[in-house]
Write a protein that binds this ligand. Structure first.
Ligand code: SHN
Ligand code: NAI
Length: 210
């Protein structure tokens, strides 16, 4: 059996992180980027977490964990260096809460992949906990391959897609245009910065009806 990959929307959702060390800091960074409403419960936290608290980007409650801390949280991360405390966090959540325990993948109902972003492109790599270090290495390799041009390319593809959805009603035509947008021509023109040429080529695609 393997995990079900999904992209979770966290905007405005309460996310509670227990512990404020290096691992917590890494998880919090990505939770904030996703717009989560982050609460950190930990007697001590790293400097970046302190700074986020000062900047009102998260709420830091400076104390030891208590079971009621996870009440109302949509997603919980147990990231202390105390196995028994992380176990207590697990005991405190209900079956409908998302829970990640950083030192106990088998009890977690989700794990965090290594993630790389380039505009609208998200590449997430998981080894199901077999080797998080390898997931990170593969991410770095892919980051070289999917450079900044892909951000621009995806913005272009997104706007083309809107136009096609509005203007092309025939499903066959739509399919053909979407396929042709993914041929190397459009990527190459993007990489060369030939945006006018790219637009012209798209206009041509729109006009040709089979
Ligand atoms: C199961 C999982 C649960 C979870 O945390 O969700 C988990 C568990 C554990 N990690 C451990 C160790 C390391 N973790 C990293 C790095 C990352 N770990 C991440 C995720 C995950 N780690 C989940 C599985 C992901 C998957 O495989 O798909 C990443 C991808 C995402 C993130 O954390 O944001 C992030 C890369 C971020 C990036 O890309 O930059 C490194 C490398 C480094 O730090 O440089 C090391 C040391 C090298 C090594 O061990 O490989 C230990 C052992 C601790 C010990 O020694 O006791 C455990 C506990 C255990 O295995 O029991
Ligand atoms: N999943 C992952 O990606 C990884 C997981 N790990 C595991 O993560 C654990 C934590 O690692 P680090 O962040 O490096 O540890 P750390 O020592 O930097 O931080 C531990 C944090 O836990 C807090 N804490 C301790 N007792 C607490 C309590 N009762 N209530 C609330 N907070 C409490 C401390 O204040 C501190 O902020 C490690 O013990 C290791 O097993 C380690 C590497 C990667």
């Amino acid at each position: 059996m393997s995990e079900y990959p999904a992209m979770i929307r966290l905007t405005g959702k309460k996310v509670t992180v227990i512990g404020g060390g290096k691992v917590a800091e890494r998880k919090i960074d990505s939770l904030l980027q996703a717009g989560g409403s982050v609460v950190v419960v930990s007697p001590d936290v790293t400097e970046p977490i302190k700074q986020w608290a000062k900047d009102m980007q998260l709420t830091w409650i400076s104390k030891d964990f208590e079971p009621r801390d996870v009440n109302d949280a949509f997603l919980v991360i147990a990231a202390t260096n105390q196995r028994d405390v992380n176990e207590k966090v697990f005991q405190a959540v209900n079956e409908y809460q998302l829970i990640n325990i950083v030192d106990h993948p088998e009890k977690s109902n989700f794990i965090v992949p290594s993630t790389f972003r380039q505009g609208h492109l998200t590449i997430a790599i998981s080894t199901s906990g077999a080797s998080p270090g390898l997931a990170k290495k593969i991410k770095r390799d892919l980051a070289n391959q999917y450079d900044a041009s892909y951000g621009n390319y995806l913005d272009f593809l997104k706007s083309c897609r809107e136009v096609v959805k509005q203007q092309v009603k025939n499903p066959e035509d739509r399919k053909r245009i979407f396929e042709q947008l993914l041929t190397d021509d459009f990527l190459k023109l993007t990489q060369l910065g030939e945006f006018e040429e790219r637009e012209k080529l798209f206009m041509k695609l729109l006009q040709v009806k089979e």
